[in-house]
Design a protein around this ligand. Structure first.
Ligand code: ZN
Length: 442
């Protein structure tokens, strides 16, 4: 009955049927509780393409459900890392430079919920989440300008990589000395299948944007691309036709998707708009930790992992609550940091010195660049500092968006992640990290 105590309103009403469906109350309480069923399994020794249950790396309304659960069901989903194993835990960034981005993200699902119909909200609890036992490591990449790029691409156009080792809840990196922290594990990407009108609407608006500068490097966006599409359990001609129009997984959209929200961790509850019958919940791109903005693009600590889920429905929830994009409640469990050093940035272009009008994108970039210059005084390379900001639980904020002409954004670094004091003092940055570097292209 414990679950019912945190369900309220319409969800609590649904809980009557969901708990009966899950067989966990009433006459069956004497049954021994079982571990959540593994609804999607991954074998890291094989490529995702050779697995029997296929992942999907595109969004499309017709991708068939892997399995449909009753409201109230709990199940476990295992996920490949977002690149499907293209990155190795070694000292060369060649794999980051050469990664095939037309193949990402490898997603597990879609899963249906019985009775889910367009207009409902699917209520998804992330009960728990972690790394796969035979894979206690993660990676961060600075993507090359020619292959992906990143938030600071003009300052850091080359490929670099850092490997992170997990020790229980903590991580440290052979490539970035002097830092260690407890992670906030979360799926970078989770959402429900779009319906056809949404699919077409987004394809149209994205094509219009792409047409404004089709040859830009890095590109403005990635359009549908069939040759490397994995369409889950779809096969043959149907799969081929759908792949021609299926969404790439890089941008977040109205259905959720690649939102990269670091606080969507264990204990979070997400309310997803349902567009197709059954809902079709899919996920992947698990992050061990990430700073707000995931700024290096492959900016989190990326890993293969598992997620335990509980699903439920709010019938007609989209209209009841006026929902367009997903809504979520963050995790009740997060690492506790009491001290931050906060860097400010304003909307003045760093190269041209040009004044921009309330541009939060530029203001946040300046805050990040200011933080990197500061960390370099302690012996970090620019790449190491850039990766710390992308992976550590740094908080990005818009502090002012009305004080014409400057937007002001801030980036807060928890000072306790460093094993030395990074605060300014009269004698200057005396403690230096040992000389080292991230993995470079070899
Ligand atoms: Zn990711």
């Amino acid at each position: 009955m414990e679950r019912r105590t945190f369900l309220t309103g319409a969800v609590a009403a649904a809980a009557g049927s969901l708990t009966a469906g899950a067989g966990s109350v009433g006459a069956q309480t004497a049954a021994t509780p079982a571990a959540p069923k593994v609804a999607f399994q991954v074998d890291l020794k094989k490529t995702p393409e050779s697995a029997q249950i296929k992942t999907h790396n595109r969004w499309h309304p017709d991708i068939p459900m892997i399995e449909t659960f009753k409201p109230g069901a709990e199940f476990r989903v295992e996920c490949f890392d977002w690149t499907g194993g293209q990155i190795a835990p070694d000292n060369s960034a060649n794999d980051v430079r050469d990664v095939d981005l037309t193949k990402v993200h490898y997603l597990s699902g879609p899963f249906g919920v019985e009775g889910a119909e367009p207009g409902d909200l699917m209520v998804v609890d992330i009960l728990d989440i972690g790394y796969l036992h035979d894979s206690p490591w993660g990676f961060t990449g600075i993507f090359a300008k020619e292959n992906g790029g990143g938030f600071l691409v003009d300052h850091y156009p080359q490929a670099h990589k850092a490997i992170w080792d997990f020790h229980g809840i903590y991580t440290s990196s052979r490539h970035i000395p002097g830092v260690r922290w407890a992670g906030i594990v979360h799926p970078g990407l989770i959402g429900c299948l779009p319906d056809r009108p949404l699919l077409e609407r987004a394809n149209k608006r994205e094509a219009e944007l792409l047409a404004t500068n089709p040859n830009r490097v890095p590109p403005l966006l990635v359009p549908p691309y069939a040759p490397t599409a994995l369409m889950g359990q779809m096969t043959g001609r149907t799969a081929q036709t759908a792949a021609e129009e299926a969404w790439r997984t890089v941008p977040p959209r109205e259905h959720g998707g690649n939102c990269d929200i670091k606080n969507l961790s264990r204990g979070s509850r997400v309310y997803f708009p349902v567009y197709v019958k059954g809902g079709g919940l899919s996920m992947g791109d698990i992050h061990w930790s990430q700073g707000d903005g995931e700024i290096t693009f492959c900016g989190a600590i990326e890993m293969a992992g598992w997620i335990d889920l509980h699903v439920d429905l709010i019938k007609g929830g989209i209209a009841k609550y006026g929902v367009i994009n997903p809504i979520f409640q963050p995790s009740p469990i997060e690492p506790h940091f009491s001290q931050y050093l906060v860097f400010e940035g304003i909307s003045v272009d760093e190269t041209s010195g040009k004044q921009l009008y309330l541009d939060a994108h530029v203001a946040y970039r300046r805050a990040c660049l200011n933080a990197i210059e500061y960390l370099k005084k302690f012996g970090y390379s620019g790449e190491q500092a850039y990766m710390i900001l992308g992976t550590a639980p740094c908080e990005g904020r818009i502090s002012g968006i009305v004080d014409i002409p400057n937007a002001c954004c801030t980036l807060a670094i928890p000072t306790e992640i460093f094993d030395f004091d990074i605060r300014p003092n009269a004698s200057g940055p005396t403690r230096m990290v040992p000389a080292s570097s991230v993995a470079n292209v070899t």
